[in-house]
Design a protein around this ligand. Sequence first.
Ligand SMILES: Nc1ncnc2c1ncn2[C@@H]1O[C@H](COP(=O)(O)OP(=O)(O)O)[C@@H](O)[C@H]1O
Ligand SMILES: [Mg+2]
Length: 284
Amino acid sequence: MSRTDAKPDDVTDRGGVLVRGVGKEFSSPTGEPLRVLDGVSMDVRPGEFISIVGPSGCGKTTLLRIIQGLDDADSGEIRVAGAMPGQGPTGFVFQRASLFPWRTVERNVAFGLELAALKDEPSRPSSKKERRERVAGLLTLTGLADFADYYPTQISGGMQQRVNLARALAIQPSVLLMDEPFSALDAQTREKLQRDLQRVVAKTGTTTVFITHDIREAVFQADRVFVMAPRPGRFVKVYDIDEKRPRRAEFQQSDRLAELAREIWGLLHRPKSESVLSAAPAAS
Ligand SMILES: Nc1ncnc2c1ncn2[C@@H]1O[C@H](COP(=O)(O)OP(=O)(O)O)[C@@H](O)[C@H]1O
Ligand SMILES: [Mg+2]
């Protein structure tokens, strides 16, 4: 794709993500080297929503942790909104809602802002009033306004993930990284949260990298779906999902979505002999 020719700053200064030739090796428990990522490249445009799908263990979480700055790549180049990983304002949502049980919903969402205030980050609101307003706005946006004073144990798993999302957005991150955020939820709650996420990021315009092993979810959410193959993890195909965002229930239930999901499923489940997944790394 020609967009991989873009210079780092063209793509990422305005809030995109650039990943170029990233490799990562771990040691297996027996001490053997385990090549987890090899030549992983992607450009995410500012405001774009991309999904990454791939079988369990193919390296999705490892890649996200590297983008987040929690792990170092062995090779390659990464920029997140023009900055090195871990340097810019980035929001994270993981499968388990890591909320503070002793804080109310409102105080959980405010937590990110309190940290930003301590660290004197540019995204911090300048006054207490502004901070309260921003939190209130996020509670409304994520459908939590009536639950501000509840504690995490008093709300459902779906609502806990809403709190997690609101907290991640509180610092107004340029980039939102989500790792299977809805996979612990029941199907109906999951579909509702997928639609709500569409609405929320359409409002905030946040560039989003969304990891899932649910192919339908990947297609529903994203402008582009990156398909990752295992051992070592790398992208073998990118699908453009030509449908306006925010996506709605009609698209979620549409034949077109089902068709696209089937096609991607077929790519991931082809017999080994004819599989592109065991071929040389594809250019992304
Ligand atoms: N810290 C680590 N040390 C050793 N191996 C690891 C470590 N983290 C992940 N792995 C291995 O890397 C591979 C990819 O893991 P992961 O990125 O979690 O995959 P995914 O998120 O796609 O399921 C797996 O084989 C996993 O066992
Ligand atoms: Mg994972």
